[in-house]
Write a protein that binds this ligand. Structure first.
Ligand SMILES: Nc1ncnc2c1ncn2[C@@H]1O[C@H](COP(=O)(O)OP(=O)(O)OP(=O)(O)O)[C@@H](O)[C@H]1O
Length: 555
């Protein structure tokens, strides 16, 4: 229970002393209630019944109050901590390098995090109930010893070995649950495919059937593993029940023969043994639940450790965004994408490139030539494995990376449109956004109200126009557009290349545009042609000139 201990002692601001005291009082009260019941049953019609009844009621009230307090305090503290953990892991995912997020299966376990944290959130109440059952068992053991030392010894030995067996077997159960967890992640990924591949699946019966078979297999494997784990817990519980029944048989039939005792003592022993059935079963279930919680806290910390190993430095002081630059230079910069088996299927670079403020650069080349990868290197979103990135002659370092990135607004090919316009600077109000919405021909579709777009369920081309709008209004010195015109109608495409981009250039913006539209290549100041990850041609041209295809000078 190392991880659970670390979580409760280091993470959760659980008022430990108070909760332990409350749990001890609640458990003690519970055991005292049993003793009072037994005493009352033994005293028959005597005058002391009234006092016993009052004492019983007082103990009951104490038990009820302390149990409620302990549960609420533990649950409240754990819930608050879980919320903190969720925020912390989200921050770390946000600060993890793009390469880590992009790599195949870069965040295994992330999909299961919501479920894991829900399980972790139960740790407060589980610890309290388990602790209480331990306290009840401790008190009833003392009470049993007072009634009959031999019966107490028998109970301690049988129940002790039973709980010990559960603890020992818990590690095997834990391993099986780990394998079930891995299958669960596989299942959740398949579920993502069902949602994101909704269109394809509706069109193809074969795809649907194979997908379903794959899902069913993941579910079946996860179910079999979970059942395996539960089977062992259920067996142990049944075994515990049988052990208790045997114990009762021994107390009723064997003990009086070995050690003569009054029938009243036998009755009290039977009542006590029956009474501890509840706490024993709570303890066994609590241990199993704490085992599952321990595993999920382990998953959380493992994911966090992977993120910590790659995370980009976090600077508490806000970095003032850069508003201007003279040039960006890539010196022998290269990046290799690695496969899971360590082979490098694609290398971008080495690039020797200088981008000058104010120029409009089109990045062109065939599919897979490495255009988007070059943009990620230039924007500092992917770190180069070799070479240097320099801003105005000064190398960009981890310390200055965030400021460097603040130079760029971008719409990537796989852009994400946030429903809230988080990135807009002070001074940009709804009216300004709505004027742009109108200018982009989207006024009938959406509006900006209180910094939020009323509708984002638009066509791909329309959503790209909105992403363009956000990039423009961010008012940063460099705009990066990756195949923005690809989903646009011919009229908008023409406006994009011939009006909108020149208007941005006129404002002094530097433009980096990935394009397949060779009909508009003449609008660029400079063409960078890529092939197999290398810049094979770098052509400067007077904007407005239309170079004949294939006439670029070699780099
Ligand atoms: N995250 C990644 N991990 C591994 N390989 C990648 C990754 N991203 C891209 N690649 C590979 O790198 C190569 C270049 O991809 P890139 O997206 O830069 O090309 P592109 O020129 O922008 O292509 P397109 O015109 O199709 O958008 C491709 O072969 C692609 O498979």
């Amino acid at each position: 229970m190392q991880q659970l201990w670390r979580f409760l002692t280091q993470e959760a601001g659980v008022p430990k002393a108070r909760i332990v005291t409350m749990s001890l009082l609640a458990g003690g009260g519970n055991a005292l209630m049993l003793a009072l019941l037994n005493l009352a049953a033994a005293s028959g019609e005597h005058a002391g019944q009234g006092r016993l009844f009052a004492a019983y009621l007082a103990t009951f009230a104490l038990h009820f109050y302390t149990q409620r307090r302990a549960m609420l305090q533990a649950m409240g503290a754990v819930e608050r901590t879980v919320e903190r953990l969720r925020l912390r892991i989200t921050d770390k995912v946000r600060r993890a390098p793009l390469g880590f997020i992009e790599q195949a299966g870069g965040l295994p376990g992330f999909a299961a995090l919501t479920q894991d944290t829900q399980v972790i959130a139960q740790s407060g109440s589980q610890v309290v109930t388990t602790l209480q059952s331990v306290v009840v068992l401790a008190f009833t053991t003392v009470y049993l010893a007072w009634l009959s030392p031999l019966a107490c010894l028998a109970v301690v030995l049988s129940m002790g070995s039973f709980v010990l067996m559960r603890i020992v077997r818990q590690s095997a159960v834990g391993e099986t649950m780990e394998r079930a967890h891995a299958k669960e992640i596989e299942f959740q990924r398949a579920l993502d495919d069902v949602v994101y591949g909704a269109k394809e699946l509706r069109l193809s019966r074969r795809e649907r059937q194979r997908m379903r078979a794959h899902l069913a297999q993941s579910i079946e494997e996860s179910r079999a593993l979970k059942l395996d784990a539960h089977r062992s817990v259920i067996f142990d519980q049944l075994f515990g029940g049988v052990a208790l029944l045997l114990l009762l048989t021994a107390v009723v039939f064997v003990l009086p023969a070995v050690l003569p005792q009054g029938s009243q003592t036998t009755q009290q022993l039977v009542a006590t043994i029956l009474y501890i059935l509840g706490p024993v079963s709570t303890l066994v279930q609590g241990l199993a639940a704490l085992g599952a919680i321990e595993a999920d806290i382990g998953h959380f910390y493992a994911l966090e450790a992977r993120l910590d190993a790659t995370i980009e430095p976090h600077h508490r002081r806000a970095v003032p965004p850069l508003r201007q630059f003279r040039e960006i230079r890539l010196e022998r910069v290269s990046l290799r994408y690695l496969d899971a088996d360590g082979t490098a299927p694609f290398t971008s670079g080495p690039h020797e490139l200088t981008l000058v403020a104010g120029e409009t650069v089109y990045v062109v080349g065939a599919n897979g030539a490495g255009k988007s990868t070059l943009l990620k290197l230039v924007t500092g979103l992917r770190a180069a494995q070799r070479g240097r990135l320099l801003l105005d002659g000064v190398p960009v370092e981890p310390r200055t990376l965030e400021a460097y990135r603040s130079l760029f607004s971008a719409v990537f090919a796989d852009f994400h449109l946030f429903p809230r316009l988080y990135g807009l600077p002070e001074g940009v109000d709804d009216a300004m956004v709505n004027a742009w919405i109108e200018r982009l021909g989207l006024a009938a579709k959406t509006r900006c109200e209180g910094g939020r777009l009323t509708h984002t369920d638009l066509s791909t081309g329309q959503r790209k126009r909105l992403a363009f709008l956000v990039a423009v209004l961010e008012q940063r010195p460099i705009c990066v557009f990756d195949e923005l015109a690809a989903d646009q109608d011919p009229a908008f495409r023409r406006r994009f290349y011939e009006e909108l981009l020149p208007a941005l250039k006129a404002q002094g913006r530097t433009l980096l545009v990935v394009s397949h539209d060779d009909a508009y290549f003449h609008c660029a100041d400079r063409l960078l042609r890529l092939d197999a990850g290398r810049i094979v041609a770098d052509t400067r041209q007077a904007a407005g000139m239309l170079p004949a295809a294939g006439t670029e000078a070699p780099a």
